[in-house]
Write a protein that binds this ligand. Structure first.
Ligand code: NAG
Length: 273
């Protein structure tokens, strides 16, 4: 959801691998948004990324300046295919040209491991965008297969939490009914190609839209009573984990309980806009 508002967010990608928080985050990544003024040059971003211990970076595009600057740094990259290019990627020749120019050209010096096809596509309720999503994912994946890169580069897309109809309690998590028809084949694509389900999850927005009901401590990982899911009996002491479990429940309800879920964006405001 990159817009200028994003300037004020510390945005992170968390790669989750366990149950409790210190073990839970296998590694930390950051979203490198570029819709802002006064941005440091890519060369100057490298020490910033390293200083916070991030080993992964997600771009919203495949900016050549950034991908060149990070060559031989060991930092892993998720690159993005912009929403505006989706319809073209149905065409296998165009998909191959895109992968060659934006991914293959930087490998192996820059460690690109994943491509996100569009960002929060299903939340626009735009049927032409929605209809192009899976064909574009398939087109890019086929190009990677043809170039012998599919084992090192996976293909996915990042969803907004608004793809869920129910997110509380977490055990009742389910997808919007009108999206089930298009999400199910996408989940099948993930299962077949071994790629993760990406979710942009913002407890902050839940707080902002409902500040009287939602406790700030629950949103900000501060000590609080937490909530108990009446069905699973799981106790949640922060909203982020509750949101992610709602996603797992939604996936399970469609028969995809084994798909890995990665948090592709989260964050809190760091400054008043
Ligand atoms: C998309 O449709 C859903 C379900 O009808 C609705 O809740 C949501 O507000 C819509 N979003 C936009 C951006 O129009």
């Amino acid at each position: 959801m990159e817009h200028s508002r994003f300037y004020y967010y510390v945005s992170a990608i968390l790669f989750i691998s366990g149950l409790f928080f210190p073990d839970m985050v296998g590694s930390i990544g950051i979203n490198y948004g570029q819709i802002a003024n006064n941005l440091p040059t890519p060369d100057n971003v490298i020490p910033l990324v390293k200083s916070i211990g991030a080993t992964k970076v997600k771009l919203y595009d495949a900016d050549p300046r950034v991908l060149k600057a990070f060559a031989n740094t060991g930092v892993e990259f998720i690159v993005g295919l912009g929403n505006e290019y989706l319809s073209k990627m149905r065409d296998p020749d165009k998909a191959q040209v895109w992968v060659k120019a934006n991914v293959q050209a930087y490998l192996p010096a820059t460690k690109i491991t994943c491509i996100t096809i569009g960002n929060e596509i299903l939340s626009f309720n735009d049927s032409s965008l929605t209809d192009n999503l899976l064909p574009a994912m398939q087109g890019i994946h086929t190009a990677l297969v043809n170039l012998g890169l599919d084992k090192q580069v996976s293909v996915t897309t990042a969803h907004s939490l608004s793809v869920l109809e129910v997110s509380y309690p977490p055990s009742a998590g389910s997808f919007r009914k009108d999206l089930v028809g298009c999400i199910t084949p996408i989940l099948n694509f993930h299962a077949k190609t071994n790629s993760p389900f990406l979710i942009n999850a913002y407890p902050f927005f839940a707080f902002k839209s409902n500040p009287k009901q939602v406790s700030l401590d629950f949103v900000l990982f501060q000590p609080n009573q937490g909530v108990v899911d009446p069905k699973s009996n799981f106790h949640y002491d922060n909203m982020l984990f509750a949101q992610i479990d709602a996603v797992y429940s939604a996936l399970a309800s469609l028969g995809y309980s084994k798909l890995p879920v990665h948090i592709s964006e989260t964050g809190w405001p760091s400054k008043r806009g």
